[in-house]
Design a protein around this ligand. Structure first.
Ligand SMILES: *[C@@H]1O[C@H](CO)[C@@H](O)[C@H](O)[C@H]1NC(C)=O
Ligand SMILES: *[C@@H]1O[C@H](CO)[C@@H](O)[C@H](O)[C@H]1NC(C)=O
Length: 408
């Protein structure tokens, strides 16, 4: 347990240095000290935890906010919110109230909100037989999340609520996994009224992120290296890297470094980051499977959105062809709305417009008004309420009303 001791030591150093320079904790966010349930309850919302088991044995928790503080408390319409890579359900509540958090806004406006967590997140580190420290546990990518996690969640929600359909919202990988499910298990499309995708990843033909491109080009070497070195979880859980960063972000001395690191990862400073919530954002960063990242690298390098490429020999055994076929996105007919930005250098606007045009029923292309809006601004912008959440809610409501009218 040497690592654990190191982590405590690090926290003490951070807090110590910070008090020495006389500023103490700069950015103490009350919610950092609360559990997810406590955080939701503290804002006056009801919360439930539900456990589901996927076809392939992963045990995942979902948080449910069945209704809001205002408005109706019965007959709410179910909506599933899915996070991206390095995200989890808390993404949709870290901005507190006043419409900054999509989950509360939806709960107050007639929705029964379910916060999904994929395998590997802090709420998805259990399996009926595999140990989360084993290589086998981490042998998954966005493919399995789309094939098994999403269907299990959707079935569970519809069963619990006795409804026929739900709404879906997905950020980044939350879009990719929806494409996987909708194209490969098309029967699930009937269970979704509308999928609203925020900066969805998937088509990566226009990916020009100069920081990440060199890694994607070397994905084969990196895959071998990760395999030999047994690096199947990133960063390794025992490092507690994100908890360290979360602590550091709460202190005056490290604040600037923290903000800088955030802008590096999110692809620039749009001037919209809500710096107050950074400790909370880092607190809820899960680790991810190395394969998840490498699968995106394959997608970028090949220009094809398709299942994992094992190399010719194993592909022949598994898929009966030298390379896997692309996911048939042209078959997707479920209504889809896209929210994206020109300033996003992880999910490129042109790719999102292309996939929208390829699908049969993409009903909205909503380009963010601030051209510098980044990939992470979809979760942590100061202006989330007015720039994204409210227009998103309004569209979902209009769509829902129109769908109901069509039914008569
Ligand atoms: C929150 O959003 C609703 C619905 O879009 C709007 O009517 C309300 O004024 C907003 N509230 C705040 C505090 O901005
Ligand atoms: C996609 O549509 C084509 C043409 O209708 C069909 O042949 C194919 O089986 C579909 N793919 C899947 C995975 O359903």
């Amino acid at each position: 347990m040497k690592m654990k001791a190191d982590y405590k030591f690090f926290v003490m150093i951070c807090l110590g240095v910070s008090s020495l320079v006389g500023q103490g904790i700069y950015n103490e966010h009350r919610d950092v000290y609360l559990s997810t349930e406590e955080m939701i309850q503290s804002y006056g919302y009801p919360v439930e935890i539900h456990e589901i088991i996927t076809e392939d044995g992963y045990i995942l928790n979902m948080y449910r906010i069945p209704h809001g503080k205002v408005g109706s408390k019965v007959n709410q319409k179910p909506i599933l919110l899915m996070h991206g890579v390095y995200g989890q359900g808390e993404n949709y509540i870290v901005n507190g109230i006043n419409n900054g958090s999509l989950a509360y806004l939806l709960a107050d406006n007639g929705f029964d909100v379910w916060l999904g967590n994929s395998r590997g997140t802090q709420h998805g580190r259990k399996h009926i037989s595999l140990n989360p420290t084993s290589k086998e546990f981490w042998d998954f990518s966005f493919h399995e999340i789309g094939m098994y996690d999403l269907p299990a969640k959707i079935d569970y929600i519809l069963e619990s609520t006795k409804k026929e359909k739900l709404h879906y919202v997905g950020h980044s990988q939350g879009g990719t996994v929806f494409y996987v499910m909708a194209s490969m298990r098309p029967e699930y499309q009937q269970k979704v009224t509308l999928a609203s995708l925020l900066a969805p990843g998937g088509y990566e033909k226009h990916f020009t992120n100069s920081f990440l491109l060199p890694f994607t080009v070397r994905h084969r070497e990196l895959t071998k290296l990760a395999d030999v070195a047994n690096i199947y979880e990133l960063p390794p859980y025992t490092m507690k890297l994100f908890q360290m960063v979360s602590t550091a972000c709460s202190t005056a001395v490290f604040r600037e470094i923290c903000v800088f690191a955030y802008h590096m990862v999110s692809g620039g400073d749009s001037g919209e980051l809500n710096e107050q919530i950074l400790p909370l954002v880092f607190k809820y960063l899960p680790t991810v499977s190395t394969k998840q990242l490498l699968h995106y690298a394959q997608t970028i390098a090949s220009g094809h959105m398709r299942p994992w490429d094992y190399g010719t020999k194993k592909n022949m055994e598994l898929y009966g062809q030298p390379v896997p076929s692309d996911y048939p996105v042209e078959n997707i007919s479920v209504p889809m709305a896209m929210y994206y930005s020109l300033g996003d250098n992880l999910a490129f606007a042109k790719d999102i417009e292309d996939i929208c045009d390829t699908m049969q029923n993409c009903v909205r292309k909503f380009l963010m008004p601030n051209e510098k809006w980044t990939h992470m601004d979809f979760l942590a912008s100061k202006n989330l309420a007015h720039e994204l959440n409210e227009p998103l809610l309004e569209f979902i409501q209009d769509f829902e009303n129109a769908a109901n009218l069509d039914g008569f």
